[in-house]
Design a protein around this ligand. Structure first.
Ligand SMILES: [Zn+2]
Length: 234
């Protein structure tokens, strides 16, 4: 095997071993619980935002209905004045009374609307209080989870640092250009190297042309799989 490849495979082993140590902390129960609690808080805050917007909208609706009520009560006063002025004119008074009835009906309708808006506002207000209490409780729980995770992290930190150091040390033995290629492939979440089995790349299971197979077999240069770009070795 080419030295460069051998060094790379040694590095790869250390790299994956180090990752295992790091992932153990990332995937630990304490961190997962903290992340979950954080998501819960975000969902509650999103709900609160919606409720606050709804309350604002209801407040505006109420103001608009109340303005209409004021307008109707002015019309009522005007109509009553006209009834007095029209005195003996029965036709006119009858018309005035009809108008007055319409205004009264409209006022009653607005009164019903106001009642409904108030009921909806009270409901939203109650929900908002509940969500606020939920958010506070979730925050306390998050703090507890976070503290546990921090403790765990502190405990694991020496192991993580040691793994990092091992990785950095191992990287020194790898050809820089090759390491760059390796890291680019690694970033794509795939094992960056693949053994050639016969003429098949064991990384992507594609049969490779004999020219490539011969170049890998010659072990004089770094050859990549033309399909998955993995660094090939035999
Ligand atoms: Zn391949």
């Amino acid at each position: 095997m080419i030295d460069k490849i051998k060094q790379l495979l040694d590095y790869q082993a250390v790299d994956y071993e180090s990752e295992k140590v790091e992932k153990a902390v990332i995937n630990c129960e304490e961190r997962r619980a903290a992340v979950q609690m954080k998501k819960k808080i975000e969902a509650i805050m999103e709900n609160r935002k919606k409720l606050i917007a709804m309350l604002e909208k209801l407040k505006n609706e109420l103001a608009s209905v109340e303005a209409k009520c004021t307008e109707l009560s002015a019309q009522t006063a005007q109509c009553q004045k006209e009834i007095q002025n029209d005195g003996e004119d029965i036709d006119k008074v009858e018309n005035d009374l009809k108008r007055l009835r319409r205004i009264t009906d409209a006022t009653a309708e607005l009164g019903e609307q106001i009642k409904q808006i108030i009921i909806r506002s009270q409901k939203a207000d109650k929900m908002l209080s509940e969500q606020t209490a939920n958010a506070n409780a979730a925050r306390d729980q998050y703090q507890a989870c976070k503290q546990k995770y921090d403790e765990r992290l502190k405990q694991e930190m020496p192991a993580i640092e040691a793994a990092k150091a091992r990785r950095a040390e191992a990287a020194k033995n790898v050809d820089p250009e090759l390491l760059k290629k390796y890291n680019a492939l690694r970033a794509n979440k795939q094992v960056p190297t693949a053994r050639l089995q016969g003429s098949t790349c064991t990384g992507c299971n594609m049969m490779l042309p004999s020219a490539i197979v011969s170049r890998v077999a010659a072990e004089k240069e770094i050859v990549e799989c033309e399909n998955c770009s993995r660094i090939l070795y035999i």
